[in-house]
Design a binder for this molecule. Structure first.
Ligand code: NDP
Length: 322
């Protein structure tokens, strides 16, 4: 495993990490969740990503039970939670001081840990002044309840504001952002955030396979035994086999050919492409089956094969098809 520093912080995070969105407490049983975590940890993955909103808290309960059972030394793993989608009542959502602090305490209980290593604002909250959120996060750091805080899918301008507020009032600034980043979703990570990396922003990127689209398995529109079959996931199904996906399938097919020419598979290739970007601190993998995680972890050794010629060929494929 390769370890990277989370931005300018001293924290070393495995270049591949493991997340539980849609899977833990939902798509997979607890035994499979445990097998996946054991496989990840034994392979050197040290960061496990979670959120209060995942399976309405059940994902954190499942992960907490596994952490408790396996009893790994606390200094060998990093665990996160995210605050924003906690419930349907007014103060169960968003980034008010009340919800940021209550959600943290609740996540600590569900995950059965004394502190969270990483705590993210899962989305920006237009109804709460950024200063209120920065103060709440800063207080949680001072209380020892969280070690680092960050954002997810905030605009660059909002992250800048958080930095400025922290500097002005001697508060703890954000350490990392969690954006979507994959071959189909590049603008925010590569362009909008560009100036933030030199200031030391770390990144824990999500959906490196665009939820599975970049595996090629949706090329024929078959969704059997995938997350697209989950109830209340029509928006995701649409993303994977709807009209938008159809426009992407020709690119997926060409990328698949390119992956084959390197004697690898498309998922491994797509994840290696994310890893190759030096502004990526860690690529959060998702998997509903053990074989998927085993396959995806082969991305690290492939990185070296993505030379300039291959990278140019990727750009050519996008230019040609789009
Ligand atoms: P991916 O885009 O990598 O999708 C993972 C899914 O793709 C798997 O669960 C599986 O789904 C399928 N898959 C994975 N590997 C393979 C393979 N080799 N062959 C075929 N299919 C495969 O990542 P996620 O969307 O799951 O995101 C990863 C993590 O990022 C999440 O768990 C979460 O921690 C974080 N995240 C954060 C968000 C945020 O807003 N901050 C938003 C979304 C995710 P299937 O069961 O369908 O086969």
């Amino acid at each position: 495993m390769e370890y990277r520093r989370l931005g300018k912080s001293g924290l070393q995070v495995s270049a591949l990490s493991f997340g539980s969105w849609l899977t833990f407490g939902n798509q997979i049983d607890d035994q499979t969740a445990e097998e996946l975590m054991v496989k990840a940890y034994d392979s050197g993955i040290n960061f496990f990503d979670n959120a209060e909103g995942y399976a309405a808290g059940k994902s954190e309960i499942v992960m907490g039970n596994i952490l408790h059972k396996l009893n790994w030394s606390r200094d060998t793993f990093i665990v996160s939670s995210k605050v924003f989608w906690g419930g349907s009542k007014p103060n169960q959502t968003g980034l008010s001081r009340k919800h940021v602090i209550e959600a943290c305490y609740a996540a600590l209980k569900r995950l059965q840990v004394d502190y969270l290593d990483l705590y993210f604002c899962h989305r920006p909250d237009p109804n709460t002044p950024i200063e209120e959120t920065v103060r709440a996060m800063s207080d949680l750091v001072h209380q020892g309840k969280i070690l680092y805080w960050g954002t997810s899918e905030w605009a660059a301008e909002e992250i800048e504001q958080a930095y400025q507020i922290a500097e002005k009032y001697f508060l703890v600034p954000p350490t990392m952002e969690q954006p979507q980043y994959n071959l189909f979703h590049r603008y925010r990570f590569e362009t909008e955030y560009k100036n933030l990396y030199s200031k030391g922003l770390g990144t824990t990127i999500w959906s490196p396979l665009a939820s599975g689209l970049l595996t090629g398995k949706y090329n024929e529109g078959n969704i059997t035994d995938t997350r697209a079959e989950l109830p209340k996931m029509d928006w995701l199904k649409d993303l994977l086999v709807g009209a938008g996906a159809q426009a992407k399938i020709p690119i997926v097919k060409k990328l698949d050919e390119l992956a084959k020419s390197l004697e690898t598979t498309l998922p491994i290739f797509a994840i290696a492409w994310c890893l190759k970007n030096p502004n990526v601190s860690t690529v959060i993998l998702g998997a509903s089956k053990l074989w998927q995680l085993e396959e995806n972890m082969k991305a690290l050794p492939l990185m070296g094969k993505l030379d300039n010629l291959v990278m140019k060929e990727i750009e050519r494929i996008f230019d040609e098809v789009e």
